[in-house]
Ligand binder design. Structure first.
Ligand SMILES: Cc1cc2nc3c(=O)[nH]c(=O)nc-3n(C[C@H](O)[C@H](O)[C@H](O)COP(=O)(O)OP(=O)(O)OC[C@H]3O[C@@H](n4cnc5c(N)ncnc54)[C@H](O)[C@@H]3O)c2cc1C
Length: 459
């Protein structure tokens, strides 16, 4: 049986960047990439554009396949060491920043646009000051916007580069990691076949996080609990936020609530974009996109409340899925509510929604009542932050503002790794969102590079 030097599980940014770096540093190593999803050409979401949206496919084409969740993501490369994952806990701040610039160079090489948002220092300082007067912390970060429509092209260029250099097998789900005497040996696939290797890089993304967490438990790897972020996606007339998004593109704003002292933060701001649905392990949640080729009259972003559970509860992902499934139960998918209806303590209806100044970009959302889904703590925190944001974006605290629920960010339990992403099992590396180490395209790419360099150094 062939023994591969390296098997990579998952063809998202973490897995792809690991493969690219291996090709550069040690081209003599044999590499096999396994992904349970389709290749880019055949990745199609059958629910897109139809009423009800998500068809809850067993194999979600939005998150699985070549490019991973990154393929149809908004493609915002956050060129900062301030957020996007936990890599700052393994590297120095300057070391992390250096690597972020390194991977940014590779994204550019494969076709990313050279335009970077958020570099005008004086304008940004003024925004930071305005935010601070409202009790908000605005964290500036330069961003390269790939665009949801451009990302697949870049990922395809990476595929074309890798194809003659490494073996790629799509529709190949890994079920089990084989370990003997605390040393990795290979994997067992869903069809029962086995592949052997000297090194294994697990890069299964959020989609494969439950699988990987179970494997980590079975293999007795140490795991830490990460927070779960639950909230809503806010949609407003773009003109309300243009002033900020034109300067920063992705304003990262943090707020600590008066009522609970919880952290609430903006996430994935999509200027003049669209609200979209996402299927996370069979649960329909909400997300956002903006395109480089066309724009809408609305801007959307998530407001997320971060919660880290303490003893005895150790299942933040199950909690997040449970909350999201309540919205699915009541609304058949995603629920949309006008802020004005929430204030009045009533559900939104088609009729009330039709009066809204903001026309929903997600047509499949059901008008409903988010207070029947989200616990009081979340609603209270979100309302407080929206009110504070009104000082920065006058007009957001208005009855027309739309809230879509539920948006959930599951951060997988974090497997214990060293700075080269090696785990407690010899030869096994864990990278990207699925290992709970990153939360972004940029940091996922960096984590893949780190694992590849670790392997290349060992040879
Ligand atoms: C709609 C959306 C918009 C986003 N927008 C942005 C953005 O603008 N900026 C940003 O920085 N981040 C964004 N993200 C997040 C970003 O896409 C992720 O952080 C990034 O893709 C993580 O990379 P990864 O390689 O760790 O995992 P993924 O990209 O999730 O890839 C994991 C791959 O592993 C495969 N897999 C899983 N389990 C198995 C298994 N058992 N066997 C074989 N294969 C398996 C999956 O099919 C998948 O292809 C967005 C995500 C979504 C869903």
């Amino acid at each position: 049986m062939t023994v591969w030097d390296v098997i990579i599980v998952g063809a998202g940014p973490a897995g792809i960047f690991a493969a690219l770096e291996l090709c550069r540093k040690t081209p003599e190593l044999s590499v096999l990439i396994l992904d349970k999803g389709h290749d880019l050409e055949t990745r199609k979401c059958p629910g897109r554009g139809i009423m009800g949206g998500c068809l809850k496919c067993d194999l979600c084409s939005i998150t699985c396949g070549w490019g991973g969740a990154g393929a149809f993501s908004d493609g915002k490369l956050t060129l900062t060491n301030r957020f996007g994952g936990f890599l700052h806990e393994y590297l120095s701040q300057s070391g992390l920043l250096e690597l972020i610039h390194y991977i940014d160079g590779i994204w550019l090489e494969f076709g990313a646009t050279d335009r970077i948002f958020g570099t005008e220092k004086s304008a940004i300082s003024e925004l930071v000051r305005r935010a601070a007067t409202a009790g908000l912390e605005l964290i500036p970060a330069p961003i390269r916007h790939l665009g949801s429509d451009n990302s697949p092209k870049i990922l395809n260029n990476m595929y074309e580069y890798l194809k003659p250099r490494v073996a790629v097998r799509m529709l190949s789900e890994v079920k089990q990691i084989i370990v003997h005497d605390n040393k990795v040996q290979g994997v067992i696939l869903a069809d029962g076949s086995e592949e052997r290797c000297r090194y294994l890089i697990a890069a299964p993304g959020r989609e494969g996080s439950s699988w990987f967490s179970e494997e980590a438990m079975r293999l007795q790897l140490t795991q830490e609990i990460n927070p779960v972020d639950i909230g809503v996606r806010v949609e407003i007339p773009a003109v309300i936020a243009d002033d900020i998004t034109e300067k920063v593109w992705e304003p990262k704003i943090h707020y600590y609530s008066r009522a609970f002292d919880d952290l609430i933060r903006t996430f994935c701001v999509c200027p003049r974009g669209e609200v979209v649905i996402e299927n996370t392990g069979g649960v329909v949640t909400v997300n956002g996109h903006s395109w480089s080729g066309y724009s809408t009259d609305n801007t959307n972003f998530a407001l997320l409340v971060s919660k880290t559970f303490t003893q005895p509860f150790r299942k933040p992902i199950t909690y997040g899925k449970y909350i999201a499934s309540l919205a699915n139960m009541l609304g058949g998918g995603v629920i949309v509510q006008r802020l004005g209806d929430l204030w009045e303590g009533r559900r939104s209806t088609e009729k009330r929604l039709a009066k809204s100044m903001v026309e929903p970009t997600l047509k499949e959302a059901t008008p409903g009542d988010l207070t029947l889904v989200l616990p009081y703590r979340y609603i209270q925190n979100i309302l407080e932050m929206l009110k504070a944001l009104n000082n920065l974006m006058p007009g957001i605290w208005a009855k027309h503002t739309l809230l879509y629920g539920v948006e959930v960010k599951f951060y997988s339990a974090r497997v214990k790794v060293s700075e080269d992403m090696s785990t407690e099992i010899e030869g096994l590396y864990a990278v990207g969102d699925g290992a709970g180490i990153t939360r972004s395209l940029a940091q996922a790419s960096v984590s893949g590079v780190l694992a590849a360099r670790g392997i290349s150094a060992r040879g």
